[in-house]
Design a protein around this ligand. Sequence first.
Ligand SMILES: Cc1ncc(COP(=O)(O)O)c(C=O)c1O
Length: 455
Amino acid sequence: MTMEKDLQTFTQIFTALRQDEIDNPLAESIEPEELLKQLDLSLGDEPMEDDAFNENLKALVLKTPKTASNRFYNQLFAGRKSRAILGELLAAVLNNSMYTYKVGGPQVCIEKEIIEQICGLVGYDEGSGGTFPTGGSMANFMGLLMARDHFDPDIRDKGMQQTLIAYSSTESHYSMAKNATFAGIGRDNVRYIAANGEGKMRVDALEKQIKADLADGLSPFFVNATAGTTVLGSYDPIQDLADICQHYNLWLHVDGALGSAVMFSQAHKHLLTGIDQADSFSFNAHKMLGVPLSCSMIFARDKQHLYQSFSNDADYLYQGHSDDYNLGKMSLQCGRRNDALKFWTLWKSVGTKGLAEIVDYQFKLSEIAHHYIENNPDYTVYSKSPSVTVCFNYKEFDPKQLCTDLYEQREMMVGYGAQGDTTFVRSVAVNTSNQADDMLEFFKVLEDFCSEKYS
Ligand SMILES: Cc1ncc(COP(=O)(O)O)c(C=O)c1O
């Protein structure tokens, strides 16, 4: 009966957490040394008695930063989608690994259904495919590896024979640099292309750099476009980049970790125009769709690239069924947790239309925030194109100090970002439990805080 008892404990702790999110929407901000004095996190030889264990666990939960409250604007994820959490809990209980149909059964079919639906939504045809890696960084890594192996299939056996050059904008995610290291490309062989004032990669600057590298005898092979940059939320001009890639025969990967969720929205999917011509793209359902971390996907227009880069024979593992259902042949990992079920439970329950509503609502929250700051001369606005990030400075206040003080004094969790030399506050409008009032309250809290604290 232990599992049943533990589920009761879960419900009790969750109820306490819900109440605490209302009473104290921010966990106390304390230094780790002090936190360790308040919480008993030590592990020892002796078992802990049930009641003490439950109290210990509850204290741990209540002291954890709250990412679902209306004071959390710090990250590209926030909020709580109960149907998705139901799927996550069941995935933990079932504890399948997604490498084979023999072990995953219908869970494998759920993953395939999601991949097929999304491929259809972006205009990929039947030859396309995808998989769920551990996160957006790994999804981008897989895109880079497929591009590398496509450029020179011998690399897989013999290693790098020439200097490959990758292109990405100055605004792109830092996983680009790390992945270039892991893939043997080398960080120095990533060209960071200037972005325009809206944070979008400049196509003219890209082409100029490609020509210069070709003239130097180097081997351009890969362009990383970003659909929803990490700070400004900007969308690179995918169609223009696809044209360049076609002309120079380069692999186009779209890092859509944040922003490819607009594929579900009739109103906003135009931001992805041209994605059907990308060789690969990534998508994090744990960002804009609110599925619990992590829920990431990588898609390839031609799924053979997934097999070519990631499949390996393993007699001990693959013991029956076709490769179509043995998903391990397309993944970087061996054992792989079931990240598909939580997305499927959400999607199944709200339908594709419901996913569109989530995305549209986030843009609406962002619009409300933008409308407020654009019409208030005390604010300077930096996020200029439609996105779910709201970037601004308030009066002359130093954004780093402001965000730190708001956090330390338990007012709000919001972070800062930069474009070039300019640093600003970056607030993220992805929590769909928030109402218009919460967005306005965000600014009220910030303004009241500034007038009390800094006057
Ligand atoms: C544009 C972009 N790409 C990739 C990532 C990495 O995703 P993950 O955190 O799932 O590794 C992020 C994370 O914020 C991102 O903003």
